[in-house]
Design a protein around this ligand. Structure first.
Ligand SMILES: [Zn+2]
Length: 645
């Protein structure tokens, strides 16, 4: 926090929350040092009932969003606030403006620190002690170390503290059942609504496992506790030493695996080291890389590549005019910023690891962690840590991937295969029309005697390469493992459901003689398509040029495919499913989405789940449950060249 010269402020906070009425009484005693005034923000739903400066009542002067209290010249002062208010009800205008809420039926209270439910100092970093009292059926929890908690007929009281500078406390309350696990020197807790308590043990074990994993790779967990708190709203939010997750989401399998790992890791990236937002947010992409992506990589190289392909595929769907430099990303406001701030940044860390090697990469992370723990850090601090660990200048790397929007485009130019005294000489041109990018490009050269892996450095718009092989070459593929962040060509971006459902020119064909099936198909089309579906006759659907949604019965599928001159992809498992959904392209490149189901019931069972799979190339269902899904691999695109004559 070098940019603020003020010593941090110590808060001593006592909160009394009446969960039935949502009334809150807050007493906050502050020790302020080395300043001639105290400037702060306060949530609009709170009023200052009383403000005492060194024993004397004073008033704070209003300056737009801010309040100001002049301080006498002495070094240290005590400011004592008494604040009162009603926590805005969920869904109210006040609640949606700030994020804070009390929930109906008192099933949850949420007071994030940034809402300024205690005076928010302009540095945004404080030390605090916080005690909170709620009625005895309720439990309250906050960020910071849990010092003690105690339940009696008078209520439940818990105390928290943060001895190191941190963001102001966030406060949560609700009719929670608390379960605890201790291990590894930490206290782990779930604060779950009653119906979720059977899941508590598995959540505590999973969180324990992730914390141990990241401790080993990065450095010590920076807090004393970790809590998983059930939220009455559909969120998944990370705070220092806790995560706040929608009660509807907690039972879903991905939550306890991928999402929990992601939130746990935010204790290092984003909380343990806070983001210097003025220079872009590095924490989401780094967390995505080391949590979501690392879990995929645990499954094997293929799963890791699938995730990279998904990122490239999502990027290919991002219109050029919505692209932005990585440094411009601060938080996820829409899908487009997720494509950059999460996916592209994660991909950049993948390429960095390829560039400097995993030993230097891991060491760089540990150095970065040690140096900036309990402070804020920017992209340049990450760069410095990796330069140090690799003993290399990486300015060119960070500059090309962070400062500019866009990505390289790659294609293959002319090639030749000629006889050579040692066998065969293969020459090929690699084209890279966007100037200023430099990267290592893996090449796969397949010959009748097996495959060869090569790696070349691309820095020019045209690179000619030459290989001499004793055996006859069969084909060459550039970037066979999808290791380079680049804009895919249309012919190598495998079709996904969204290619049809987001396109306003798509046509829909329902092929069934059964009335109920047809009605259900039309409802499904309405659910799937972004705009009102246009239902067409077979003749119209046969016209080329338009994206097509085909909905038919499993029995009628083969006939429809023949009429439309389409083929069921060979890579789809040859098993009978109750419903199958997959994409392909017409010969002219227009995407096609095929939905087939055994009967109207099985089709009906797709209504709810299917719209959630827009990013997939295929989804296979058994009794309404998705049992298999995926994205077609990038195989023979612009970077594949058949070398056989
Ligand atoms: Zn995140």
């Amino acid at each position: 926090m070098a940019q603020y010269s003020y010593p941090s402020i110590e808060h001593s906070i006592d909160v009394l929350l009446e969960t039935d009425t949502a009334q809150i009484l807050i007493e906050d005693k502050l020790l302020v040092r080395g300043r001639d005034n105290y400037r702060f923000r306060l949530a609009p739903w709170l009023s200052i009932e009383n403000l005492v400066l060194d024993g004397q009542e004073v008033t704070a002067r209003r300056q737009g969003q801010w309040y100001l209290v002049e301080l006498p010249a002495d070094d240290q002062h005590e400011l004592k606030f008494t604040l009162r208010g009603v926590v805005p009800a969920r869904g109210s205008q006040q609640a949606s403006a700030t994020g804070v809420f009390s929930s109906s039926g008192s099933d949850g209270f949420y007071l994030p620190g940034y809402d300024a439910w205690i005076p928010w100092d302009e540095t945004g970093r404080i030390n605090y002690r916080l005690s909170i009292t709620v009625p005895s059926g309720q439990r309250a929890v906050a960020t910071g170390k849990l010092v003690s908690d105690h339940n009696s007929d008078d209520g439940y009281k818990a105390e928290f503290e943060s001895a190191v500078e941190s963001e102001p406390p966030s406060l949560f309350a609700g009719p929670y059942q608390v379960q605890e696990k201790r291990g590894n020197g930490l206290r782990l807790r779930t604060y779950f609504h009653e119906e979720l308590t059977p899941l508590a043990d598995s959540y505590l074990d999973a969180a324990d496992g992730y914390i141990r994993r990241y401790q080993q790779t990065i450095g010590d967990y920076p807090y004393h506790d970790f809590h998983i708190i059930s939220a009455p709203i559909p969120v998944g939010l990370g705070f220092p030493n806790l995560t706040y997750v929608g009660r509807q989401v907690i039972p879903l399998p991905f939550m306890r695996t991928r999402s929990l790992a992601h939130e746990v890791l935010h204790n290092w990236w984003g909380n343990g080291i806070a983001v210097d937002y003025e220079n872009g947010n590095w924490a989401e992409g780094l967390t995505t890389y080391l949590a979501d992506y690392a879990l995929a990589a645990d499954q094997g190289a293929e799963a890791a590549q699938s995730m990279r392909i998904k990122w490239l595929r999502d990027y290919a769907a991002l219109p050029v005019e919505r692209d932005q430099p990585v440094k411009a990303f601060t938080s996820k406001e829409h899908q487009a910023s997720q494509v950059i701030g999460y996916n592209k940044v994660a991909f950049i860390f993948h390429m960095l690891k390829q560039e400097i090697g995993s030993v230097a990469f891991d060491q760089g992370l540990r150095e970065f962690w040690e140096k900036h723990i309990n402070a804020t850090a920017a992209w340049r601090d990450l760069q410095a840590a990796f330069e140090d660990a690799s003993n290399r200048d990486l300015d060119w790397f960070f500059r090309q991937w962070l400062a500019r929007a866009g990505a390289p485009r790659l294609s293959l130019g002319a090639h030749s295969v000629t006889r050579h005294e040692a066998g065969f000489r293969t020459r090929i041109e690699i084209l890279q029309p966007v100037t200023g990018y430099r990267f290592k490009l893996p090449l796969l050269l397949a010959t009748v005697d097996g495959n060869q892996q090569h790696e070349i450095t691309i820095s020019e718009t045209l690179t000619s390469v030459e290989f001499v092989t004793p055996a006859k070459p069969l084909y060459l593929q550039a970037d066979p493992g999808s290791d380079i962040f680049r804009r895919l060509h249309q012919n190598e971006a495998p079709p996904i459901l969204r290619d049809v459902t987001l396109n306003a020119t798509s046509r829909t064909l329902v092929a069934s003689a059964d009335d109920l099936f047809t009605q259900t198909a039309k409802r499904l089309a309405s659910r799937l398509m972004d705009t009102q579906p246009v239902i067409e006759s077979l003749a119209a659907a046969q016209q080329p040029g338009h994206p097509l949604l085909l909905i038919t019965t499993n029995d009628g599928l083969a006939e429809q495919l023949e009429l439309l001159r389409l083929e069921r992809p060979a890579s789809l498992p040859r098993v009978a499913y109750s419903a199958e959904v997959w994409t392909t392209r017409r010969t002219d490149g227009a995407p096609v989405l095929v939905v087939s189901a055994a009967n109207a019931d099985d089709l009906e069972s797709l209504l709810r789940p299917l719209p959630h799979y827009g990013g997939q190339s295929y989804v296979l269902f058994e009794a309404g449950r998705a049992v298999n899904r995926g994205i077609w691999p990038i195989t023979r695109g612009a970077l594949f060249r058949d070398l056989a004559p």
